[in-house]
Design a protein. Sequence first.
Length: 193
Amino acid sequence: MAYASQAGTVFVSNERGTGDTAVDGRGVRRIGDVNLGEDIGNSQYDPSAGALYVAVGGNNQLVTIDPARMAILDREDLEGCSGAHGVQVDAPPRHRVFVACENNDSMVVFDLTAKRVSQTFRVGKGPDVQALDAASHQLYVAAESGELAVFDTTGDSVTKVGQGNAGPDAHSDAVDPVSHVVYLLRPFWALFC
């Protein structure tokens, strides 16, 4: 899910469907759908650009949506990405988006200004959710395999800092912006396996 604050709309990715469902964040009612294709990945809102970015795994594209009009603004191919899924927007001055690619265990850096993939990295098997600590410029890419890859996003180029085992099925992560603690979540069903 992604909350487009300027539009007051929550966008819910339909991984097995064909797009994002828009929900009125004030009245909590469905207001429509944005048809994107197949195998919809994560969505993330960028308040500085007023845009919503969605990974579409069926055609390995990054789709840009105007949340106020629920209209597609742009579709860009993610060269070197197979199974586009996780999305993380970098800090505003960098103008880039990170996309985790499930099928080829990689993460691509997409330059929003040049409209192309600028870097590609290997990450854990089945990368999923990404989290950015904007203050420390650290990007965390969690994977279904339980591996966590860490990147430094400080400069114009991204640098891989390290990668290691974070625990079984630890494929969802979040960063506390105050304490800078990284949390890795396991799916509820995994607790019983």
